[in-house]
Design a binder for this molecule. Structure first.
Ligand code: HEM
Length: 440
């Protein structure tokens, strides 16, 4: 049986377009090939992608052993470690996921509202009226603070500062060309090399310190941070997580949850600043929960930060009329599915109203992927976005420096705003009235 159609472009050109204008490549692929397309990347090879919710459902509900994640062999593997949820497959993945899931349950999440709110307001306090700035680094600072406090539970000021510095140093390095080289060599050797190795070791030493401090603190069941919850969790045989497992999951939660949420927040503001009626509605009433939720759903639809998720097929799977053979590297286009014109009218338009009277569909709205690998932090991230957006809309007047929409740029595997959401700060409310209890 024939494979899905591919673009009439050599692999090097497809790769170059993916690097420079990724959404233009995905839009062209849909226009010329339809919902199912073979992309050919150099040197990675063929990647078959679907944007049809029916195929997405088939992929996400397939037995996990038939469609293992492709992340295990990616450059992120050596960094997050072999016990990470991102790299494990099969029984081990499910065991680890079960240990982590209770920490992300709705009831637990409410405990983090105050931490998120405090981090957002502390950041807004630093903003100066008249300043022009990229919003993205400010959002990254807030989401990192949230991870340090809500996930790692770091209370000691010196360790907090040291860990923050080590993480920022590592993350800054991962964005450099040197890091890409280290990652390629490291992926081939299955281990970290060069500066990536040393910077990760510096962070790890502090993480193991924090784990030891949690253990010596005792009374873990009284603490609310996710590290404490993970340390209390036990599998069906009564086994808890080892220090190495805890370290790998902490790094996983950091890498999976920090920049993704910060970038989604930057996109939310980028879109709002170019959609005056939506901005006015929220500025007039930041407490309008239903509309704020709709803005978040629409942001994650229109600007999914992770554009595609991949699986390595162990059995053939049908995508539309095409039988994709075992051994193929296949996946869901989160961007393509979220923009499927058969599901969304005018998919390129930013229109929060579409989510006012309908809930996002499990297989047609997929910014968090799906199935047993669906983002474990999806509820956490949406709650975090809501609290931080509300704090910004309540206290600061922001405007776009340039009203032209920011284009989508690719950074590693994520889609970010080209200029990091450039804003001009107007008035900042310096003495916000006593805040309502934080709800998400
Ligand atoms: C808006 C923010 C976020 C977005 C867009 C996002 C997106 C994603 C996506 C697309 C996946 C892959 C799903 C798949 O393969 O089907 C994923 C996995 C994951 N995410 Fe998120 N994520 C976000 C925030 C977070 C947060 C806040 C955390 C935790 C603090 C987190 C932790 C994880 C973990 C642990 C996985 C691996 C799950 C597994 O393989 O079982 N993410 N995320």
């Amino acid at each position: 049986m024939a494979l899905p159609p591919s673009l009439a472009l050599p692999p090097v050109v497809q790769t170059a377009r993916w690097i420079v204008r990724p959404t233009a490549l995905l839009d062209k692929a849909r226009a010329e090939c339809g919902d199912v397309v073979s992309l050919n990347f150099f040197p990675a090879g063929r990647f078959i992608l679907t944007s049809d919710p029916a195929d997405v459902r088939r992929l996400f509900t397939a037995p996990p052993d038939d469609v293992p994640t492709a992340t295990a062999n990616s450059p992120i593997g050596p960094l997050v470690g072999e016990h990470s949820l991102l790299t494990l497959n099969g029984r081990e993945h499910l065991r680890q996921r079960k240990l982590l899931l209770p920490s992300f349950h709705g009831d637990r999440l409410r405990a983090y509202g105050e931490i998120i709110d405090a981090a957002a307001h502390a950041q807004i306090d630093t903003w100066q009226p008249g300043a022009e700035m990229r919003l993205q680094p400010h959002m990254s600072a807030v989401t990192l603070e949230v991870i340090l406090r809500a996930v790692f539970g770091v209370e000691d000021a010196a360790r907090h500062q040291a860990l923050r510095a080590a993480i920022e140093d590592l993350i800054l390095f991962t964005a450099s060309p040197k890091a890409i080289f280290s990652a390629i060599v490291g992926t081939q050797q299955g281990r970290l090399v060069g500066p990536l190795k040393h910077k990760t070791a510096a962070m790890d030493a502090l993480l193991y310190d924090e784990i030891a401090s949690h253990r010596s603190h005792g009374a873990l069941e009284e603490r609310e941070d996710i590290l404490s919850l993970m340390m209390c969790a036990q599998d069906e045989d009564g086994n808890g997580m080892t220090d190495i497992e805890l370290r790998d999951e902490l790094v996983t939660l950091l890498l999976a949850g920090h920049e993704t949420t910060a970038t989604s927040l930057s996109w939310a503001m980028e879109r709002l600043l170019r959609t005056p009626h939506a901005l006015a509605r929220l500025t007039d009433d930041p407490g309008d929960d239903a509309y704020l939720d709709a803005v978040i759903h629409e942001t994650l639809r229109a600007r999914p930060v992770v554009p595609i998720v991949g699986r390595t097929l162990r059995v053939p799977i049908m995508f539309g009329e095409f039988e994709i053979p075992a051994g193929a590297f296949a996946g869901a286009s989160l961007y393509g599915t979220n923009h499927n014109p058969a599901v969304y009218d005018e998919p390129q338009a930013f229109r929060p109203e579409r989510f006012l009277d309908r809930k996002p569909d499990t297989y047609a709205w997929i910014p968090f992927g799906g199935g047993v690998r669906r983002c474990i932090g999806a509820a956490f991230a949406q709650m975090e976005m809501k609290i931080i957006l509300r704090a910004m809309l309540t206290r600061a007047r922001l405007e776009a420096v340039d009203p032209t929409p920011e284009r989508v740029r690719r950074r590693n595997i994520t889609f970010v705003p080209e200029h990091g959401t450039m804003v001009r700060v107007g008035a900042v409310d310096r003495a916000p009235a006593k805040r309502e209890p934080v709800t998400a």
